[in-house]
Write a protein that binds this ligand. Structure first.
Ligand SMILES: [Cu+2]
Length: 148
């Protein structure tokens, strides 16, 4: 009976912890607007310096689609193979490998996130870049996050 109770409590705690890790608020969140001119902050200023995070922090990077709708719709009138110009998908690279990827960011899906634990597997910095051929790809390849 006592053993069953302990087991119950253990299961309960692990479920609570799992929920916390999945749905909880991150320690730090960066909101980044994306358009063909590059990455910008919520005030619309282009980001030109690395972000800094502490080792062990849970980090969320939220990308917000920031292209003018009229311009994108004009693009949709073009040939099918050119329609991907305003669709992005971002990868988080820790210097050795990609550790997280977003879903597609587009007119239809205007927000996408990356979640990770800073410094996991000894990572000291991260690069974020768009993995798709897009308008502005030359400006969407070098967002940096430094640990420590
Ligand atoms: Cu892109």
């Amino acid at each position: 009976m006592k053993r069953a109770l302990v087991l119950c409590i253990a299961v309960f705690i692990s479920v609570v912890c799992a929920l916390d890790a999945g749905a909880g608020n991150p320690d730090i969140e960066f909101k980044i607007k994306v358009n063909k001119d590059g990455f910008s902050d919520t005030n619309g200023r282009l980001i030109d310096a690395p972000f800094h995070v502490k080792k062990g922090e849970s980090v969320r990077v939220t990308f917000i689609f920031d292209e003018k709708t009229s311009e994108v719709l004009r693009d949709l009138m073009r040939a099918a193979e050119e329609q991907h110009g305003f669709v992005h998908a971002f990868a988080l690279h820790n210097g050795k490998e990609i550790v997280a990827e977003t879903k597609e960011l587009s007119l239809k899906n205007r927000q996408a996130t990356l979640d990770f634990i800073a410094g996991d597997k000894g990572a000291q910095n991260y690069k974020i870049y768009c993995t798709l051929m897009c308008f502005g790809m030359e400006h969407l390849h070098d967002l940096t996050i430094e640990v420590g």
